[in-house]
Design a protein around this ligand. Structure first.
Ligand SMILES: Nc1ncnc2c1ncn2[C@@H]1O[C@H](COP(=O)(O)OP(=O)(O)OP(=O)(O)O)[C@@H](O)[C@H]1O
Ligand SMILES: [Mg+2]
Length: 229
């Protein structure tokens, strides 16, 4: 496999609790991988370790062959801003900013002038089904629309990898399916890989591959059910 991102032998302990018990995972370019498993099994910890948010106690995290687990905090935070995109469950938009500025935020934080950043962010609105909502504040958006703005924000810096932790956890089933359809499609078109934690088997089935985590370990990868892609 031509892996863009991999974790090798990842171990993470919190006191006597083992969140990751030696996990190997590889993510190919443009591949979407769902991470499923019971609550407390280590899904978020795995995502955070791969994204350079937490450092594993042992093991390696490789991005394009480089050992990012050894990088400094400063270098990691720059990496997360420039090459990774993030979508979390909810509540990640700034309530006082219009949708287009929320989506443009990662570029503005990098020093891109507001006008240019907003222009780049706006390009994502049509593909994400957000046409006409550019000026709305988050409080004036539905839950599904707000999550699509969060997806625009995750994609605006044209990342290599998008990480999503239960991105539809706060949405109803129909809205959740719409959001995931657009997330997987737009991420693939952008040429990015997607690593997504979800409890929802229908959401997971939209991904190329499903990893099952249990007690900090990976079970047998299973294929999505036929006809779901
Ligand atoms: N910062 C932390 N400090 C202490 N323990 C932690 C910390 N983060 C996670 N843990 C523990 O590590 C284990 C794995 O947690 P993790 O958040 O990865 O689970 P999860 O699979 O994402 O669960 P959920 O589906 O509920 O989000 C749990 O036992 C949790 O209590
Ligand atoms: Mg979690």
């Amino acid at each position: 496999m031509n892996a863009v991102l991999s974790g090798l032998g990842l171990v993470k302990k919190y006191g006597s609790a083992t969140a990751l018990g030696g996990i190997d995972v590889e993510v190919a370019r443009r591949e979407s991988v769902a991470i499923m498993g019971p609550s407390g099994s280590g899904k978020s910890t795995l995502l955070h370790a791969l994204a350079g948010i937490i450092r594993p106690d042992s093991g390696q995290v490789l991005l394009g062959g480089e050992r990012i687990d050894q990088w400094s905090e400063n270098r990691l935070s720059e990496l997360r801003r420039r090459r990774f995109g993030f979508v979390f469950q909810a509540g990640q938009l700034l309530p006082e900013l219009p949708a287009e500025e929320n989506a443009a935020l990662p570029l503005m934080l990098e020093g891109t002038p507001r006008r240019h950043a907003v222009a780049r962010a706006r390009r994502w609105f049509a593909p994400l089904g957000l046409d006409g909502l550019e000026q709305r504040r988050p409080g004036q958006l539905s839950g599904g629309q707000a999550q699509r703005v969060a997806i625009a924000r995750a994609l605006v810096s044209e990342p290599d990898v998008v990480f999503a932790d239960e991105p539809t956890g706060a949405l109803d089933q129909a809205t959740s399916e719409e959001v995931i359809a657009v997330l997987t499609q737009v991420t693939r078109e952008q040429g990015a890989s997607l690593v997504m934690v979800t409890h929802d088997p229908d959401v997971a089935a939209r991904c190329d591959r499903v990893l099952h985590v249990r007690d900090g370990r990976i079970g047998e990868p299973t294929q999505p059910a036929p006809g779901r892609r």
